[in-house]
Write a protein that binds this ligand. Structure first.
Ligand code: EPU
Length: 302
């Protein structure tokens, strides 16, 4: 999809939107998979309601991209433009135990920045790729913690209301890899309340989590983290492993040899390859265990 109408281009320029035409989503996703479209980078949160109105006026469908680390995007020319927040400076402002963080901030950098100021709690999230906004939307978690526990306020674009709103933590429900945000809501900023802890202690926790992750996950390879959610009381990775499916591949899409719930792009995998592999593995697990695995990865397929 191209944002090419002259009136649209003028409108985008007036809103301070940085247009990068013909961007390949394979460069913006950790899987390294995805077709081509125009990327619209938002420099001012306040411009979003007008931007959405402008795109709708010109019949241009859009999708909102965070860090692209939990996402499988279709191949070829994509039927929507992509909206993404540009990173502001500064990304994080601290006020006592509160961290005010822009949604575009890198999650790992946020964890370490807070740690250096003796604010802990998020050690488990070290090594989870992506932005704070993406982590918030999915309620990212690892090693017994989840980001939702620390959320006190969220600034977001409410698609249903067509306006920017501020929600308190109590107005949002955070469940296992799921939140009450609407599918088209855009996360803009968050206030986290973090427990005080000496940096050295936080660092110790970070080191332990890093070590666990390094020993069990294929960190150097292109992946979207875990492909499936864990069904209640079970582990998708263990089930896939028990079926001997590590190394199973369709084209260059491959079940990781290290962790069976990570599917990696071992070269030039297409979305079609990856989707075929997901469907094959889901079918085999269902046949063997009677459990239909749900995607954890978000799929944008035309
Ligand atoms: N296991 C196997 N074979 C494998 C993988 C795992 O037998 O190939 C076994 C492990 O030995 C362990 C059990 O399955 O006994 C659970 O494995 P692990 O500790 O690796 O955790 P997981 O349930 O597979 C979850 C999250 C991860 C998160 C880790 C650590 C989900 C879907 N996955 O994985 O999150 O990093 O716990 O807390 O909830 C993600 O969200 O993308 C993600 C990777």
């Amino acid at each position: 999809m191209r944002a090419e109408h002259p009136k649209l281009e003028a409108g985008l320029a007036a809103l301070g939107i940085d247009v990068r035409s013909g961007t390949s989503l394979s460069e913006l996703t950790s899987l390294g998979i995805g077709g081509t479209t125009d990327l619209l980078r938002i420099t001012k949160h306040d411009s979003i309601p007008e931007l959405i109105g402008l795109l709708e006026h010109h019949d241009i469908p859009y999708k909102f991209l965070g860090g692209g680390s939990n996402l499988l995007v279709g191949d070829g020319e994509l039927p929507w433009v992509i909206l993404q927040l540009a990173k502001p400076d500064p990304e994080i402002v601290l006020e006592g135990n509160f961290a005010h963080v822009d949604a575009a901030a890198d999650l790992g950098r946020t964890v370490t920045f807070c740690a250096k100021h003796d604010l802990g709690g998020m050690e488990g999230l070290i090594g989870v790729p992506g932005t704070v906004g993406g982590a918030l939307r999915m309620n990212a978690g690892a090693y017994g913690m989840q980001i939702g526990s620390y959320v006190r306020k969220v600034k977001l674009y409410r698609a249903a209301e067509r306006k920017i709103e501020i929600l308190s933590g109590e107005q949002i429900s955070f469940e296992y890899r799921h939140t009450s945000f609407g599918p088209d809501d855009m996360m803009l900023a968050v206030t986290l309340e973090l427990p005080s802890k000496p940096f050295k202690e936080i660092l110790q926790g970070i080191r332990i989590c890093n070590e666990k992750r390094r020993s069990s996950q294929p960190l150097g390879q292109k992946s979207a983290g875990c492909i499936f959610k864990n069904p209640p009381g079970a582990s998708a990775g263990r089930m896939i492993d028990e079926l001997g499916l590590k190394g199973l591949s369709v084209g260059d899409a491959k079940v990781s040899d290290r962790h069976a719930n990570f599917f990696v792009n071992a070269g030039q995998a297409s979305a079609k390859d990856m989707l075929a592999l997901i469907s094959d593995v889901r079918g085999r697990v269902e046949n063997a265990f009677g459990v239909k695995l749900e995607n954890e990865v978000v799929v944008w397929n035309a």
